[in-house]
Design a protein around this ligand. Structure first.
Ligand SMILES: Cc1cc2nc3c(=O)[nH]c(=O)nc-3n(C[C@H](O)[C@H](O)[C@H](O)COP(=O)(O)O)c2cc1C
Length: 423
């Protein structure tokens, strides 16, 4: 079934920043969102942030000929299943009630035959003003759905009705209007507020819209996992995390918003990368799912296949009664579970560390895991912890073998190959 489409009109209220969170929540429900911002709204939230969240152009100027010829205000409404105004200022409610159409947002609202939901947010006195209440009554009579604001302390220091309802409540109401269930399990995860931070951390790239992966979200895992045997002992492997960190760095340099889920390693976080540290495979899986949605996931981490079935709270003592048994149980297969996830990244790449029959094993892994590419490397030498690596990139179209190169060089080559895939 084609995803439902919401045309989100953001107007100039203090709560406009919450529209970013609303977009994230809607997208996690599988709803496509296109945004229109009034001139005042752009004083509160930048169109760049909104564009990163919607992964689309943000519309604002009715007289921009390019927009009008390519898409036009009529088409913007025609291509939507529902129009949502969030937050809706007292001003736009008044204009709608009066039938005024003096900018792109109000013209769309006057021209549309689609259902409209307004989510007002304003100072309590503005909300209680007879003019606003008169306008709301008129709008309800005109068939506009209006979500009541929350009551509570307001940014302006007053108390009463007028606060924007919490974004999950707005998202749930939108799902109801679209006739689809609201899956609360999909509300957790990364907050959009991390996005500007990621770009802040790489000032050279702040306006890097020309960079090939600008606007793309890349998720990378790196390093080993530690699987506890008891509070002081663990099962580990020799992965240093250097290849995954180099890939995360290359992705950030190419303008992507990068989340790096790292096992226990002693490496410096690359500039502009959001790093989440984990220890075990179970923790890594949870953080990987939390970091969705992503356009690309590159799972470089050497995740332990097994963990101890029972981990006692106290250290296992050497008490002369022989060697204690170590019973193992299987860890989750993060790659295979991402392949089946509701929010499966468009490009899902697994790594295969092999010591023999490299390409043969990687080709089998590609088929078994349901991912798009497998990057295989021969770890029989000193690759784990070493400076260099050689990749065999296995896709459904065949195998590309890249020569032994420094890890940062081969990381950039991989990210360039990924950028080509999206070009
Ligand atoms: C700091 C600040 C916060 C504002 N917050 C709100 C608000 O929460 N709700 C509202 O209705 N108007 C608010 N306004 C007033 C609107 O920005 C103003 O009415 C504007 O003309 C709305 O334009 P628009 O409806 O085209 O977006 C605020 C203005 C300022 C300067």
């Amino acid at each position: 079934m084609a995803p439902k489409r919401v045309l989100l009109i953001v107007t100039g209220g203090i709560a406009a920043y919450k529209a970013l969170e609303l977009v994230r929540l809607l997208k996690r429900q599988g709803i496509a969102v296109r945004a229109v911002m009034t001139q005042s709204a752009t004083e509160f939230v930048t169109p760049l942030s909104m564009g990163v969240m919607t992964e689309d152009q943000v519309y604002g100027d009715m007289f921009d000929l390019k927009e009008e010829s390519e898409i036009g205000h009529i088409n913007l409404s025609r291509q939507a299943d529902l129009i949502v105004i969030c937050p809706a200022t007292a001003n736009i409610l008044a204009k709608m009630a009066a039938g005024i159409a003096d900018d792109l947002a109000t013209t769309i609202l006057l021209a549309t035959d689609k259902p409209v939901l307004a989510v007002p947010a304003m100072n309590v006195r503005m909300w209680n003003h007879p003019a606003t209440q008169r306008n709301l009554k008129q709008l309800r009579e005109d068939g506009i759905s209006i979500m009541d604001p929350d009551e509570g302390a307001m940014a302006c220091g007053e108390f009463g009705p007028g606060r924007l309802p919490e974004p999950p409540d707005v998202a749930a109401r939108i799902c109801t209007m679209l006739g689809q269930p609201f899956d609360t399990a999909l509300t957790s995860g990364r907050s959009p507020t991390t996005i500007p931070k990621a770009f802040e951390a790489q000032p050279d790239f702040a306006v890097g819209t020309h960079r090939p992966l600008f606007g793309k979200r890349v998720l990378v895992t790196a390093g080993p996992t530690y699987e506890a045997i008891d509070p002081v002992r663990y099962i580990a492997n020799r992965s240093s995390g250097r290849q995954g960190f180099a890939i995360a760095q290359a992705a950030a340099e190419m303008g992507a918003e990068v989340t790096l889920v790292a096992g226990p390693v002693h490496l410096v976080t690359p500039p502009g990368v959001i790093r989440i540290d984990v220890e075990s495979a179970m923790e890594m899986q949870a953080e990987v799912e939390n970091a969705l949605p992503a356009d690309v996931a590159i799972l470089v981490a050497a995740v332990a296949d097994w963990r101890a079935a029972d981990v006692p709270e106290q250290k296992i003592k050497k008490d002369g009664n022989g060697i204690p048994p170590l019973t193992l149980t299987e860890n989750p297969d993060i790659l295979a579970s991402l392949a089946l996830h509701k929010l499966r990244p468009k490009l899902l790449i697994g790594f295969a560390a092999e010591t023999e029959k490299i390409v043969e094993h990687a080709t089998a892994k590609l088929a078994k895991k349901g991912c798009d590419w497998i990057v295989a490397n021969d770890v029989s030498g000193d690759v784990m912890g070493g400076d260099n690596n050689a990749f065999h990139v296995v896709t459904k179209d065949g195998v590309e073998s890249w020569p032994d190169s420094p890890k940062d060089v081969i990381a950039r080559r991989l990210m360039e190959r990924i950028a080509d895939e999206f070009a």
